[in-house]
Design a protein around this ligand. Structure first.
Ligand code: ZN
Length: 521
């Protein structure tokens, strides 16, 4: 190890302390969602608030600010494409973001979004948009103020918000990718609806006991490379993955006997997030002696929500919904889940899990239609934030887009513009990261298939490590060293574009629906 100046060693120590507080908060949160008895809720809220305050103080201390400035002034640290320079750059980024917002705005946002969540819940139940309207107006107003502070008045306000989830992303650049993609996706989906023959999906509705689903899901995760000595899988209501700390990544899922694919693909999705967390460079103490220990530092953290989502979608969809995967998985599924699989072939099940049908609800949407839901939200929230669209006009604008792009009439706001919790939570600028994740995922998938032409054969033989090694080398091991776009270019040779996703979906969906002549794509 090279010797570092004192300011850098001290900065690393402070950053790691802050990161440990974040780990504690994450563990409290995980426990709350999995094992905590309901009676523990009030005390847990106090514990979480205390740790959050300590974390905020540690991350925004004057000492932290001085150490960052001292490191920035040291040219031996800042020159070149090194992990040290990247850590200092990213710690500066985090520090500025946390210190730019006045405390009054932070507490106003916390209070308003807490109340607006309650208002949204009731409004959604009653399909009563008018009841939610004043809250959405307040959230938007505070979000504009937040964006003003973060952007120092420069550029489009929306950019400052999306930047907190997807560093460096710009609304205009996203629009340039999304707008043509939306037309082309819509064409594919409507073509399938009008001209395709849906596959037989009986197998998806067959009942499988939760214990069998768990055994099979765990087996798949282990086979794909998830390390259960450095991770766990537990049950929760709303599945998530949490990288608690180095060497400790927690996956969660839920089991419904009537829908075994929910848990399988839920596990594969969270496992994709978990493999990313387990692949971050955490050093020898945490089982990764091949790379310098970056635990608790930016280079040991995931770079963005979009890149995180690219990993989950790649394993869930590109791998888990492929015929190659089922060539390997089906005999095991037959063994572990019994009779329900008896009449299946890799082809039949590969088709059944790849249906594409326009639907009203985003979280229930399939791989083919999902991005259309996101693009509609991106366009609307951007217009709401800029003021081009008034909150009062939101339901009509929403419904019109669902008609145009998904061919659906929205019967009420409960299944329309009130369905998602994001805006009530103040998460403006979050939605596009889902589709960016799908775009990145498809582009990584195309690149790895190009570099490993035998990938299908390997997967069909249950050999997942060449794929995981590629992802480790190209993505996981870099942490936040590069921006998401730089990472994409380094991994695939190109900036992110819509073509790999379109090629992937067409190649997959048209055969499933018996459409041989793609028209208009
Ligand atoms: Zn995800």
């Amino acid at each position: 190890m090279s010797k570092h100046p004192k300011c850098y060693t001290n900065l690393v120590e402070r950053a790691r302390e802050a990161s440990r507080l974040h780990s504690i908060a994450a563990l409290l949160g995980w426990d709350q969602e999995t094992y905590m008895p309901p009676g523990g809720a009030p005390a847990r809220a106090e514990q979480a608030a205390l740790v959050a305050r300590l974390h905020h103080e540690a991350s925004t201390s004057a000492e932290m600010g001085e150490l960052i400035a001292e490191c920035e002034a040291d040219s031996s640290l800042m020159s070149g494409d090194t992990q040290e320079a990247a850590n200092i750059r990213e710690l500066r980024r985090d520090y500025d973001k946390l210190t730019k917002l006045p405390a009054s705005l932070v507490s106003a946002l916390a209070e308003t979004t807490s109340q607006s969540q309650h208002a949204w819940k009731t409004a959604r139940e009653n399909s009563d948009f008018k009841a939610f309207k004043p809250w959405l107006e307040k959230v938007l107003d505070l979000s504009r103020q937040k964006a003003q502070c973060l952007s120092d008045g420069k550029g489009e306000l929306y950019d400052a918000l999306i930047d907190t989830y997807e560093p460096g992303a710009k609304a205009s650049e996203i629009e340039a990718v999304f707008t043509p993609l939306r037309e082309k996706l819509s064409t594919i989906i409507l073509n399938i609806r009008d001209n395709g023959t849906p596959p037989n999906t009986d197998v998806l509705d067959r009942s499988v006991p939760a214990s069998q689903q768990e055994a099979f899901g765990t087996f798949v995760a282990k086979s794909c490379g998830f390390d259960f000595t450095r991770g766990r899988l537990d049950v929760t209501t709303h599945p998530f993955c949490e990288g608690i700390a180095p060497g400790d990544t927690r996956l969660t899922t839920r089991y419904r006997e009537s829908s075994w694919t929910d848990s399988l693909y839920g596990i594969m999705h969270e496992m994709g997030h978990g493999l990313y967390e387990q692949g971050l460079p955490e050093g020898e103490a945490h089982g990764r002696g091949d790379v310098p220990d970056q635990s608790g530092l930016p280079c040991g953290q995931a770079v963005s929500l979009g890149i995180h989502e690219s990993q989950s979608r790649l394993w869930e969809n590109a791998v888990g919904r492929s015929e190659a995967f089922w060539k390997w998985a089906l005999p095991h599924a037959k063994e572990m889940m019994g009779d329900v699989m008896a009449d299946q072939t890799p082809e039949s099940i590969g088709a059944a899990v790849n249906t594409a049908k326009p639907s009203l609800i985003r979280v229930e949407a399939d791989e083919g239609t999902y991005n259309l839901h996101i693009m509609i939200r991106f366009e609307l929230e951007r217009a709401l934030l800029s003021g081009d669209l008034s909150v009062a006009d939101l339901p009509a604008a929403w419904n019109e887009r669902y008609r145009t792009f998904l061919g659906l009439d929205v019967p009420n706001d409960r299944v329309g513009c009130l369905q998602d919790v994001h805006w009530a939570f103040g998460l403006i600028g979050y939605f596009p990261t889902y589709t960016l994740g799908n775009l990145y995922g498809a582009q990584f998938w195309a690149a790895v298939r190009n570099e490993i032409p035998s990938l299908d054969t390997l997967i069909a033989a249950g050999e997942f490590s060449p794929l995981l090694t590629w992802l480790r080398d190209k993505i996981h091991t870099h942490g936040r060293r590069y921006t998401p776009n730089q990472l994409c270019e380094r991994a695939t040779g190109k900036p992110v574009s819509d073509q790999p996703l379109l090629d992937y979906l067409t190649a997959k969906l048209y055969p499933v629906y018996g459409i041989t002549q793609p028209s208009g794509v």
